[in-house]
Design a binder for this molecule. Structure first.
Ligand SMILES: [Zn+2]
Length: 153
């Protein structure tokens, strides 16, 4: 059984289908290959960065945004909206799981900026960069730096 935390307002987000936010700690840990919660602290990962967007198999919804911890995800409204707008951008600019597509990521960032969440997005990118450094993840560092340059111009 799935537990819906929030249904996105279709008119506010300009959606043609229904999108819901779900919280699922275990599926998030699994999709990021993390053994358990302790690894989030050990690796210095902000759980809000572990957000997954996917097409729904449930006939009541078209898309799901899965977050690690819903109250945590909502803590900073600027960060929340920046992440939501970015993820919704992937409806138009899809990226296959496990693939890196800088051009699509930048298009999604531009959508968040256009909606007024540039400050929130900058915070997201700073947190992502910090995480990439901790993980020693070179591709993520490069991609995030390129995304930051695009929005700070
Ligand atoms: Zn993205």
């Amino acid at each position: 059984m799935i537990c819906i935390c929030e249904e996105l307002d279709c008119s506010k987000y300009g959606l043609s289908g229904k999108v819901a936010i779900l919280e699922n700690k275990q599926s998030i840990l699994t999709s990021f290959s993390l053994k358990n919660e302790r690894w989030l602290q050990l690796l210095g990962i902000d759980p809000r960065l572990l957000t997954v967007f996917y097409q729904s198999l449930d006939p009541r919804y078209d898309w799901f945004i899965v977050v690690y911890d819903y109250p945590e995800f909502c803590k900073d409204p600027d960060i929340k909206e920046a992440i939501l707008w970015h993820e919704l951008g992937h409806i138009q600019y899809p990226v296959q799981a496990g693939m890196n597509d800088l051009e699509s990521e930048i298009k999604c960032d531009e959508l968040a900026v256009k909606q007024g969440f540039k400050a929130g997005l900058e915070k997201v990118l700073d947190l992502t960069l910090e995480m990439a450094r901790h993980l020693n993840h070179e591709i993520l560092q490069q991609m995030t730096t390129a995304r930051k340059l695009k929005i700070t111009g």
